[in-house]
Design a protein around this ligand. Structure first.
Ligand code: PEP
Ligand code: MN
Length: 338
């Protein structure tokens, strides 16, 4: 249930409602909005009697919440959440593009790619230091050294960066270095990792599990928010289907549906959906047209030598073209809601 306070409700009346809820054994979570505060009631088993709260001072209305997810839902918070990473905003109608290699391989590789994507207009850099690989014999990432390289690249280019965290063991380290922490498709339902992410002081990019329903994805985001971190960016990256012409199938309707259900920004990673570079630009364009709040794209200056995901990595010239096309489409559609 959601208790919506009147505009200008005093701190005291908000506290009074929180106490009234807690006295009945519920957890009450104030959610600041544009011009008014709402109070979410959590952990109620069964319905809550709205009448108990309607008469309290400062209460405007009491809305039953019908969805299993609460903090992530539009029922709880109607206006779009804007997640800030330095000067980069996700969810405010702009089109931030995160670009870089799948994995950090060396200082020289990372800085070469970072300079190229920055020149083309990328707002953020990406690169994995801890890589979740299908085979234990494949390159697993440079670990701490990779994070140090990413920090050097940030220093030199001014680009904030996103990098993946794979487990709780390395969480503190990844949190210390990164600007945004990525949770990958394979970990979307790693609930202890999600809880740790919920205690992080950095924003989280939560990729959709490769066979997750929207409700499961949103519930995973709920885990993070419930622990206290409301800085969550959702990322659609393709789901596993029967097709063989692409690595995954980009589920563009997920973008429009999630934006209806949730106030969180949703970005798209066309690279892992495609698996091959020829499909990346068209899928990126389509993602922007359906209202994505940003993109994450893999780029490599020598993709044929890449240690991972070379086949789907764009050459820098292709990335420039992507930026031009995406900017044109975004100037027509904005980050539309349908
Ligand atoms: C990645 O971003 O390099 C990655 C491994 O992504 P995903 O979790 O979507 O496969
Ligand atoms: Mn990759």
């Amino acid at each position: 249930m959601l208790i919506v306070m009147k505009k200008g409700a005093t701190e005291e009346s908000i506290q009074n409602v929180v106490e009234a809820a807690e006295k009945r054994g519920y957890t009450a979570r104030p959610i600041p909005g544009g011009d008014r505060v709402s109070i979410g009631i959590l952990y109620n088993k069964g319905s809550v009697d709205a009448g108990r709260f309607m008469g309290l001072e400062g209460v405007k209305e009491v809305i039953p919440v019908t969805k299993p997810y609460k903090l992530v839902s539009r029922e709880f918070k109607n206006e779009n959440s804007v997640i800030k990473v330095g000067n980069v905003c996700f969810g405010n109608g702009s089109m931030p593009i995160i670009a870089g290699p799948c994995a950090v391989e060396s200082q020289e590789q990372a800085i070469t790619i970072a300079k190229a994507v920055k020149k083309a207009g990328a707002a953020m850099f990406r690169g994995g230091a801890f890589k979740p690989r299908t085979s234990p014999y494949d390159f697993q990432g440079l670990g701490k050294k990779g994070l140090e390289i990413l920090a050097n690249v940030r220093e030199e280019t001014g680009l904030p960066f996103a990098t993946e965290v794979m487990d709780i063991e390395s969480f503190d380290l990844v949190e210390e270095y990164s600007d945004v922490i990525q949770i990958g498709t394979r970990n979307m339902q790693n609930f202890s990792l999600l809880k740790r992410a919920g205690r992080a002081k950095k924003p989280i990019i939560l990729k959709r599990g490769m066979s997750a329903m929207l409700q499961e994805w949103l519930m995973a985001a709920e885990y993070i928010m419930e622990e206290g971190n409301s800085q969550v960016i959702l990322c659609e990256r393709g789901i596993r289907t029967f097709v063989r012409h692409s690595r995954n199938t980009l589920d563009l309707s997920a973008v429009t549906e999630v934006k209806k259900e949730s106030h969180l920004p949703v970005i798209v990673d066309p690279s892992h959906a495609a698996g091959v570079r020829d499909q990346v630009i068209p899928l990126a364009c389509a993602s922007v047209a359906v209202g994505s709040d940003g993109l994450m794209v893999e780029v490599h200056h020598k993709p044929e030598e890449a240690m991972s995901d070379g086949a789907q990595s764009l050459y820098p010239e292709q990335f420039e073209k992507l930026m031009q096309m995406v900017n044109k489409i975004h100037s027509i559609t904005g980050c539309a809601s349908f």
